[in-house]
Design a protein around this ligand. Structure first.
Ligand code: ATP
Ligand code: MG
Length: 256
């Protein structure tokens, strides 16, 4: 199963991605986490020691152009899964492996096409054989990612929304683009919900936009506390309200 986590800036994509990875891994899944944000911070939420050297970021070196018998040209990952993970993967707690997308080399050089293609093709070809494996892609907030089809080959997209209008509107746009990419299962996940009024606002928007809500996650003070200490929520307070709700989310995901 391959899942992309998308949404507007700051809605909680990385917090949810990293914590979900830890819960899934503790439940016995083989988890591959992909940080698709060129400003990476998934490693912190996963609980990787910040003093460890940064791993190699994915680059276009892993790709090659191939031509099929019928003359169709396509891009493929030239390394096998084991070699790819050995070279670019970083070990995280609970036996999770993390891959990081590359940054533009020079400030202002701007173009991220190569990195988007790398992530897309890694998800597509290299990691499809094992059934007990879960791939979680923490996406960059920008729509550019969606336009370039980075998440094209995932089975499910969770669009994270917060209870305020611009976040909901952006969530609706992410979901619409996910459907255009052909992703079969597209759900909203409401985050930072504080009360019934906020719940109702999210429900109303999602119903109007034909976007099913998979779960509503509470606003949880422990998340900010963990962030302040640069710690993973799982290592700071694994009994917190958000972790409990994310355990419910993993159950819902496995039913899908
Ligand atoms: N359920 C929650 N309760 C309280 N605070 C939360 C919750 N989820 C996320 N946050 C807080 O929201 C902020 C943004 O979270 P996070 O970095 O996970 O979002 P993001 O969508 O990955 O952001 P970006 O778009 O910058 O990558 C952080 O300060 C985090 O502590
Ligand atoms: Mg993030």
């Amino acid at each position: 199963m391959k899942i992309a986590i998308a949404g507007k800036g700051g809605v909680g994509k990385t917090t949810i991605s990293g914590t979900l990875c830890r819960i899934l891994a503790q439940n016995g899944k083989k988890v591959l986490a992909i940080d698709g944000d060129p400003n990476p911070n998934l490693s912190r939420v996963l609980g990787i020691d910040p003093n460890l050297p940064a791993p190699l970021a994915l680059s276009t070196d892993i790709l090659e152009r191939v031509e099929d018998e019928d003359g169709t040209r396509r891009i493929e990952v030239k390394l096998g899964t084991d070699e790819l993970l050995e070279t670019y993967g970083q070990q995280a707690p609970d036996k999770i492996t993390l891959l990081n997308v590359g940054k533009p080399e020079v400030a202002g050089s701007g173009c991220m096409c190569g990195s988007h293609t790398c992530v897309r093709e890694v998800i597509h070809s290299a990691l499809s054989e094992e059934t007990d494996q879960i791939v979680i892609l923490d996406m960059e907030a920008s729509m550019e990612h969606m336009k370039r089809g980075t998440a094209k080959y995932v089975d499910m997209m969770l669009t994270i929304v917060e209870p305020y209008y611009r976040s909901l509107e952006a969530g609706g746009r992410f979901a619409a683009m996910a459907k255009e990419l052909g992703i079969e299962k597209v759900y909203a996940v409401a985050n930072k919900v504080r009360n019934k009024q906020e719940e109702a606002a999210i429900e109303q928007f999602c119903e109007k936009n034909n976007l099913p809500i998979l779960i509503k996650l509470p606003f949880d003070e422990s998340v900010g506390e963990a962030d302040l200490m640069g710690k993973s929520l799982m290592d700071h307070n694994e009994g917190s309200e958000l972790v409990q709700s994310l355990r419910d989310l993993t159950a819902k995901i496995s039913l899908n």
